[in-house]
Design a protein around this ligand. Sequence first.
Ligand code: ZN
Length: 350
Amino acid sequence: MSDIRYDLLHDDYALIAPERLRRPDCFRGGSDDSAMEAFEVESQRSCPFCEGKEYLTPHEIFAIRDNEPDKPGWKTRVVPNLYKAVQIETPWKTEEVGVYEKWNGFGAHEVIIDTPRHLVRMDAWKQEEYFNWLFTLRERLNDLKNDLRLVYMSLFKNHGHYAGATQPHPHTQLIALAVLPHRQVQLLQHAHRFYKTHAHSLFESVLNMELQYEKRIVAQNEAFVALCPYASTFPFEVMIVCKQSRASLHDLGDDALDDLGEMMKRAIDALYDQLGEFDFNILFNTPAMQKNAQTEDFFDDTGAMWRVAVRIVPRLYRLAGFELSSGVKINPVDPDEAARLLRNSIEELS
Ligand SMILES: [Zn+2]
């Protein structure tokens, strides 16, 4: 059983989830070619996310398929995380422990299996696979926002060992909580203050500035722009921002969703071209899901002050003491140069 603890010293939350320790780490093994080959064969043989292994996962919550659940024949599939950090069946209650405070681990923890294809890199995904993946994420968001207890959803993808993945089969995770982490409160309050002062969103200002400056733009289509953020915290970080006033994935129609998929594909293809095999995280900037005591100051302005944005964060090295103690990341690559190289790759690949 997990719990969410309030960190009195740092004014933040920690999720204590001992079950996560028992996860199999499928990336362990040798690094030479024959060891890699053996690893690939073995990882596919025992993979619970492969087509035909549906019996190895809990019952599916959602799938893009024409036939009955928990059978082969799907394009994407969503299941509860077997090694969940939080669970929806837990009744929601808080407890004081001396000067501390904790909540039991109520929430949702789901795995989105992005494709039936094992070990396929995202640069080998077709445009249709990007759409199916994003369509599935939008469906889960739509469904979970009906649970009025859930306030925050973290939607993310870990690819590779350095990015924290323990399963090589392409998958995305969703963790929804009944509390909004303080970092999220700060970000949303910051965006709200800007909106109240300027009568337009922070994202609009940043996009206008970047579109005018041009040098950090990687690519764009009708609904989305891919750019290397001015203050990128990781080398070759790419942010994909919606040009339209849409706060969350569930506000996007199918055309905009397809545009997002296209921008992500172009950015990922260019990153692979520049970096070769690399580990990365993909982070969706989901806004608060419900109005409550934590969010009442800004919740009603969410649509005007927030924008759909997705960050692709290459994990080229491990975070060290300075980053952990100060919270400030050291990035050795100028974002202008990263954008120039990614644009070159896009040109060569097209
Ligand atoms: Zn697999």
